[in-house]
Design a protein around this ligand. Structure first.
Ligand code: 9PG
Length: 532
């Protein structure tokens, strides 16, 4: 008998041994822990950057998030209909006395779920190791991070940079003259990186500059360098849309299901999304060449997005587990990127560790706090919104020893923004806690006082200390994130019904196309009224 109480909870495991520093290492394709009682809360861990991560009421069956057509791009589609509290690679239960019981896989393609008072973990194929531990949540996650570091590695860039990113002001409406104007207006604001986001390319799968970038991407990079910044570029290299020439030229490169149909990677840009099969040698060659081209253009900071596409379930050219297939592709990408800073986004978390410098650890922020439609009708916490971003990001900060945790951008502007000063401040504090600072604020949209506040924020390096699960000491201030992290109550009957209708409509591409075109028109009008 040891003094370690976790030993007494193990119901199923092939082997068990003590872990250095506390807890136990189990092996098995499926392991079970018997809890002393039904837990009150369960820690759901989302599969990829944008997927919900947080403590939920363990006694409820979670409604299926909507729209279902977005499952591949917002959650792990394999488990999207599982009503049990469950999550990717690890999970934890909180007992009435506040103690956490933690179970986390030490290899890929693994999942954890709660059945009553039993915590079950399983590997999708074969077996592997698990870490189980009891006690303080942060301690369990800290030990888990150490064990993952030994197995998957950590990022190599020494420190994160301060980033200006085009997305959260201009979205896809970027062009060369507008970006050059912003570059000049940034003036003495201390950003190391000027990152061009979505909107420069001809298409998804067609990674050449479009007509809005007449000097080419190399020309733009040269201008960014001449302004004293490091050029950054966004791509979604594992996605293809039907309109891209690649889709017609290389149908054999697409990830397909057992019936030979291309696997859905979701819906965006008014198109259906498909994934590349990273076990195809020619796909790996193509990815390598693409990364080489981006580097040759002069981009030393690369944000690769929608990466989950490479790890979706499917029948691959070479039969291998889906996350292993993804990781193999990411390795090729990492090598081809050389010494560039590599930020992953929309990325499956564990399979990306050790191969990237930074990782987006939450969904997109937005100029609003939360969308009641997404929260109450669609029960979807992966959609863009500041509250969703704060919740998921805070629950992922345990990853800090392994990767730079990117919480997405902060806002200092009041223009084109419905956040209150308090909400903007909370988001700024989140980024201090995460250790990664970025914004998309257009200088021309900032009041002089806002510009000054942004400068001070970028320069400040306050000491950050975690005091409680969601409370941080940031410099002289105590910042309490608890209210933002709470999960809302479950929808009632009427909300469920309306959600089913709206979710159903959102599954119809033709309707989404119309909806998107209204969005784009509103965006263009806004930019006319608010020039950069
Ligand atoms: C560019 C953007 C930005 C952003 C990324 C990613 O669920 N969704 O519908 C969804 C759409 C877009 C999205 C995330 C989720 O944003 O996170 O920073 O680069 O792509 O298109």
């Amino acid at each position: 008998m040891t003094s370690n109480p976790i030993d007494q909870l193990i119901l199923t495991a092939e082997t068990t041994r003590q872990a250095k520093g506390g807890g136990v290492i189990l092996t098995g394709s499926s392991v079970k822990l018997g809890l002393p009682s039904r837990p009150e809360f369960y820690l759901v861990h989302g599969w990829q950057s944008w997927s919900l991560t947080g403590w939920v009421d363990a006694s409820i069956r979670l409604p299926v998030m909507k729209p279902t057509s977005m499952h591949p791009m917002q959650t792990d589609p394999v488990y999207a209909n599982d009503p049990r509290p469950n999550g990717a690679w690890y999970g934890a239960a909180r007992l009435a006395d506040g103690q956490a019981v933690f179970l986390g896989a030490l290899s890929l393609e693994s999942h954890v779920a709660l059945d009553g008072a039993t915590l079950t973990g399983w590997y999708e194929r074969g077996g592997g190791e698990w870490f189980a531990s009891c006690g303080d949540e942060a301690e369990c996650l800290g030990r888990y991070a150490d064990l993952l570091k030994e197995r998957l590695g950590k990022g190599r860039a020494a420190k994160p940079y301060r980033v200006w990113c085009s997305w959260y002001s201009l979205y896809t409406e970027i062009d060369e003259p507008g970006l050059l104007k912003i570059l000049a207006d940034l003036g003495d604001l201390p950003f190391e990186i000027f990152q061009v986001d979505d909107g420069w390319q001809k298409g998804i799968g067609d990674w050449e500059p479009n007509a809005k970038f007449p000097s080419g991407m190399d020309g733009l990079a040269a201008r960014i360098k001449a302004a004293g910044r490091t050029p950054g570029l966004w791509l979604a290299p594992l996605l293809v849309t039907p309109s891209a020439p690649l889709f017609r030229r290389h149908p054999d490169w697409l990830l397909r299901d057992e019936k030979g149909r291309p696997v859905s990677a979701g819906y965006n840009w008014s198109e259906k999304l498909y994934a590349l099969d990273t076990t195809y040698p020619e796909v790996l060659e193509w990815l390598k060449a693409l990364m080489g081209r981006v580097r040759a253009w002069g981009y030393d900071y690369v944000k690769l997005d929608f990466l989950y596409a490479g790890a979706l379930p499917g029948h691959r050219h070479i039969d291998m587990p889906r996350e292993a297939a993804y990781r193999q592709g990411l390795k090729v990408i990492r090598e081809a990127l050389g010494d560039a800073y590599f930020l992953t986004c929309g990325a499956p978390i564990l399979p990306s560790l050790g191969l990237c410098d930074g990782m987006r650890v939450g969904p997109d922020v937005a100029g609003h706090w939360e969308d009641p439609r997404d929260r109450d009708l669609l029960v979807n916490f992966a959609t863009p919104g500041t509250r969703n971003a704060i919740r998921t990001t805070l629950n992922r900060l345990w990853l800090k020893p392994l990767v730079h945790t990117d919480p997405d951008v902060v806002y200092f502007r009041e223009r084109q923004n419905s956040l209150t000063a308090g909400q903007r401040g909370l988001l700024q504090d989140l980024a201090q806690a995460a250790g990664f600072k970025a914004t998309s604020d257009v200088p021309a949209w900032l009041a002089p006082s806002e510009r000054e506040a942004l400068r001070k924020y970028l320069q400040a390096t306050p000491e950050v200390r975690k005091l409680e699960p969601y409370v941080y000491q940031i410099g002289e201030r105590r910042v309490d994130f608890n209210a933002a992290v709470q999960m809302p109550p479950l929808p009632g009957r009427l909300a469920k019904l309306s959600g089913a209708v709206i979710g159903g409509l959102a599954n119809v591409p033709a309707l989404m196309k119309i909806f998107d075109s209204f969005g784009r028109r509103a965006m263009r009008k806004m930019l006319k009224e608010n020039p950069v």
